[in-house]
Design a binder for this molecule. Structure first.
Ligand code: CP
Ligand code: NVA
Length: 314
């Protein structure tokens, strides 16, 4: 793996290895905190990682910045507004130039084509920190959270309820690769990307997993080990917000919908959340919610990914 642009740039074996390393790094960090020894490792010693964000971010930006720092590297946060990119320089030229200075580039942008153009021009590993199509780093942290709860993921089920967006697309691929049953309950016209669904079905065929699409949120949630929600209006879709509030109202994750799931089912959300829209406060702030563990796992999973990418050629 040279880059992490799509969830299925990982093989099922590499996915497993990254998640195992993420668990090790999480335990290592906790023991360093409790023994007051240094948090700084040397995996990225002397390396600089550019963090280029064309959309807002709290978790991804901060967790990558802390991850690079704690791996002994130098994180370099950049926004398009402060680069020549904001004045019309191409994303390809930006990628080539950044790769002459930096050892890896983490990018949050709009179209997947922009990320692909940057990665094609860059000579160093490029990581997708969210595009309109995928959010693969989120899916890594989500699987780490599910493994912490349930152990082996094969045969477990995940119900994603709402918009078939970037988060849903990456969960389909990651869950299918891990042998899970991934069900997406979405309104008509808001299905996940068809090419990604086809790839997820192929992966599920190999892993013993399953992909189910339905317009019925209760059918998606029935018996599931985890119920997952994301915002109804993603970044860049703000003009559609009012219409989406109407379309998605039947897809809110409520205590009643959680009752359809398994007795020990957990609730997941990538955050940021809108209480009262895609999920009620009762659910997201209740005992089944693992949303802040998910947010924490962004740090550990991304550290594991960075170590895997920069040591790939060793
Ligand atoms: N979940 C997630 O990616 O959050 P941010 O947009 O805050 O990075
Ligand atoms: N689907 C959301 C995820 C935010 C982390 C968005 O793209 O805005």
């Amino acid at each position: 793996m040279d880059d992490f642009l799509r969830t299925d740039d990982l093989t099922p074996e590499t996915l497993q290895a990254v998640l195992d390393l993420a668990d090790q790094l999480k335990a290592d960090r906790r023991s360093r905190v409790s023994s007051t020894s240094t948090l700084i490792r040397s995996d990225l010693h002397g390396m600089t990682v550019a963090l280029l964000f064309e959309k807002p971010s709290t978790r991804t930006r901060v967790s990558f910045q802390v991850a690079v720092h704690e791996l002994g590297g130098h994180p370099l946060p950049l926004s398009s507004a402060e680069l020549q990119l904001g004045r019309g320089e191409t994303i390809g030229d930006t990628g080539e130039v950044l790769s002459r200075y930096c050892h890896a580039i983490v990018v949050r942008t709009f179209g997947q084509d922009r990320l692909d153009e940057l990665a094609a021009a860059a000579a160093v590993p490029v990581v997708n920190a969210l595009t309109d199509l995928e959010h693969p780093c989120q899916a890594l942290a989500d699987l780490q959270t599910l493994r912490a709860e349930f152990g082996a993921l094969s045969g477990r089920s995940l119900a994603y309820v709402g918009d078939g967006n970037n988060v849903a697309n990456s969960l389909l691929l990651a869950g299918a690769m891990a042998g899970m049953s991934v069900r997406v309950g979405h309104p008509d016209g808001y299905a996940p990307d068809p090419d990604i669904v086809a790839r997820a079905e192929r992966l599920a065929g190999d892993s013993g997993g399953e992909v189910v699409l339905t317009d019925d949120p209760a059918e998606a949630a029935r018996g599931a080990d985890a119920v997952y929600a994301d915002v109804w209006t993603s970044m860049g879709q703000e003009a559609e917000n009012e219409h989406r509030l109407e379309v998605f109202a039947p897809y809110r994750v409520t205590a009643d919908l959680m009752d359809e799931a398994a007795d020990d089912a957990i609730f997941l959300h990538c955050l940021p959340a809108h209480r009262g829209e895609e999920v009620t406060a009762e659910v997201i702030d209740g005992p089944r919610s693992r949303v802040f563990d998910q947010a924490e796992n962004r740090l550990h999973a991304q550290k594991a990914l960075l170590v895997t990418l920069v040591t790939a050629g060793d």
